[in-house]
Design a protein around this ligand. Structure first.
Ligand SMILES: Cc1cc2nc3c(=O)[nH]c(=O)nc-3n(C[C@H](O)[C@H](O)[C@H](O)COP(=O)(O)OP(=O)(O)OC[C@H]3O[C@@H](n4cnc5c(N)ncnc54)[C@H](O)[C@@H]3O)c2cc1C
Ligand code: FES
Length: 500
């Protein structure tokens, strides 16, 4: 029976996403005036409940990683993830909300994607990660049915964000992380290889061979840095970027008892916790006294570190590894102050070099990244675009090279529009999340601030606002997700920072 009586209209609050059950199936109801829209309740990104989200001005935002949807049609308008929300027919009868829920309606119908060969242009996408896949999907959704070739040294595109979390914790295997849609779903030819040079209308691949393009997207992500010290490449000293890296660390962790993580950025912090959850005794060695303080500020950084210590991670502050040596089945590390330590495995998580560094024919900045315009185009190089971790791109908070998943997907979508000749815009609001002892979510972008206003105690639910020049340029929360989602929509309306 497809018709389900889900609620009394008078019980539904205005512009708030509400969960209702149609038999076994959860439905999201949104009342606007006396109209009700009924949509899929699970977000297409990770399937989490959209009833925790926020609706403002016709946009529904998922509270977890800030995917956005048209609240009337269910169409996805902002990443992460791909897929619209199914919209179900609604009738209001005698003040009751009656929703037609066909048994076979897919939860996340895919937007129409072009198929055919009518467009003679050839597009090359270098990379098989977040930015590349978002660009490819956007090209097809915008009707491009010509040739797209994806050049990447990796296997199938995967959700890289899970590597330091579920994979290192032993909860998921690398094979469980495939991104959807896949290149095959999008009629994309995949070429195993690496772009090493960009010329006029052609790229050169490592080992020889060229591919011609009418438009090119370079989305090579980042290459994890190795410490420039003796023994940094010894077996047993790992870096973490690819599925292969994560599988190797997970295999080494089987039967291991101790690990040392060198580096107090987000990946090092996540990895230290995940290996601890797996039962290893983990030491986190950081150059600073307070890891992450330069990004989140000292108060929140202190709370995060305390959570790590409480979870069992030992912290070695203000230290640097100066050499690694093979030591039986493990590795010994020499610290700058003269001390040494030994572990069954060592992970060095000390940042990445943009993948564009070393690609011939492209001007890079000092850090190896490429400064691009609003449509991710490289100035002076018609048809050449850079997206993702390698791109220093304009944002409403200034030009920045931001190394986060949702931003890379936003870049990919912007680049795709520009490759099709559509106008570029740079009004996407940056956002990222990190899964530490709690889920932390960060909005906007602040490399410096005049002050941090923290509402709540950082060791409990809190919302921190990073204020510069009288405006909020960034915000961070743990536990107050709906408020952060609301601020996101306010920043989107304002086109950037909001009044403090
Ligand atoms: C372990 C880990 C955990 C993370 N967790 C989070 C998180 O929780 N939240 C968050 O917001 N962000 C997270 N990130 C960051 C996020 O994954 C990146 O910002 C995002 O993947 C960048 O997308 P990208 O497309 O630029 O690069 P990538 O996803 O790295 O893709 C780059 C692709 O290009 C390929 N490639 C490299 N060089 C070449 C070349 N010369 N030619 C062709 N192909 C090439 C690579 O092999 C790869 O397939 C995490 C990153 C890692 C490594
Ligand atoms: S689950 Fe909705 S954005 Fe991730």
């Amino acid at each position: 029976m497809p018709d389900h009586d889900l609620a009394a209209l008078s019980d539904l609050p205005q512009d708030e996403p509400v969960k209702a059950m149609a038999g076994e199936r959860a439905i999201l109801l949104i009342r606007t005036g006396d109209d009700v829209t009924a949509l899929t309740h699970e977000c297409p990104h990770l399937g989490l409940p959209l009833s925790k989200g926020v609706v403002r001005d016709g946009t529904l935002i998922c509270a977890f990683h800030h995917a956005c949807f048209d609240a009337r049609t269910g169409a996805q308008t902002q990443p992460p993830g791909h897929g619209d929300l199914q919209r179900f027919a609604v009738a209001i009868r005698d003040g009751r909300v009656i929703v037609d829920v066909p048994d076979d309606a897919p939860a996340h119908p895919m937007p129409d994607r072009a198929r055919g060969t009518s467009d003679a242009r050839r597009f090359v996408v270098a990379g098989g990660g977040a930015a590349a896949m978002a660009a490819a999907a956007e090209l097809r959704e915008r009707g491009f049915d010509g040739v797209i070739e994806m050049v990447s040294p990796d296997g199938p595109p995967l959700d890289r964000t899970m590597l330091s979390k579920a994979v290192l914790a032993g909860a998921k295997a690398v094979g469980d992380l495939a991104l959807h849609p896949t290149p095959a779903d999008l009629d994309i030819a995949t070429i195993a290889g690496r772009v090493i040079a960009v010329g006029d209308g052609t790229v050169t691949l490592e080992g020889g061979g060229t591919r011609a393009f009418d438009a090119l997207l370079l989305a090579p992500g980042g290459t994890p840095r190795r410490l420039d010290v003796p023994g940094a490449e010894l077996p047993g000293v790992y870096v973490l970027r690819s599925g292969e890296d994560a599988a190797a660390i997970a295999a080494a962790a089987e039967g291991a008892e101790t690990a040392i993580v060198v580096g107090g950025g987000f990946i090092g912090m996540e990895a230290a916790l995940s290996l601890t959850k797996r039962g290893l005794s983990v030491t986190l060695a950081t150059r600073n006294a307070l890891p992450l303080a330069g990004i989140v500020g000292p108060d929140v950084a202190r709370a995060i570190l305390a959570e790590h210590v409480e979870a069992g991670v030992s912290h070695l502050a203000e230290t640097e590894a100066v050499a690694f040596r093979a030591d039986g089945d493990g590795v010994a590390v020499d610290w700058k102050d003269g001390g040494t330590a030994r572990a069954d495995l060592i992970l060095t998580a000390v940042g990445v070099t943009p993948g564009t560094d070393g690609i011939d024919g492209i001007d890079t900045g000092d850090d190896g990244g490429v400064r691009v315009g609003p449509g991710m185009g490289v100035p002076g190089r018609p048809g050449v675009h850079v997206a993702g971790d390698s791109a220093a791109a304009p944002t409403p908070f200034g030009t920045a090279r931001i190394e986060h998943w949702r931003v890379a997907q936003q870049h990919g979508r912007r680049a795709a529009r520009a490759m099709l000749g559509q106008a570029g815009d740079a009004d996407d609001i940056p956002f990222f999340w990190t899964a530490l002892a709690r889920q932390y979510r960060y909005l906007g972008h602040a490399e410096e601030w005049d002050r941090i206003d923290i509402d709540g105690d950082p060791s409990g639910p809190f919302l921190a606002r990073y204020v510069k020049g009288g405006t909020v340029v960034a915000a961070l929360t743990a536990g107050r997700d709906a408020e952060l989602a609301e601020m996101h929509l306010a920043m989107a309306r304002a086109g950037g920072p909001v009044p403090a």
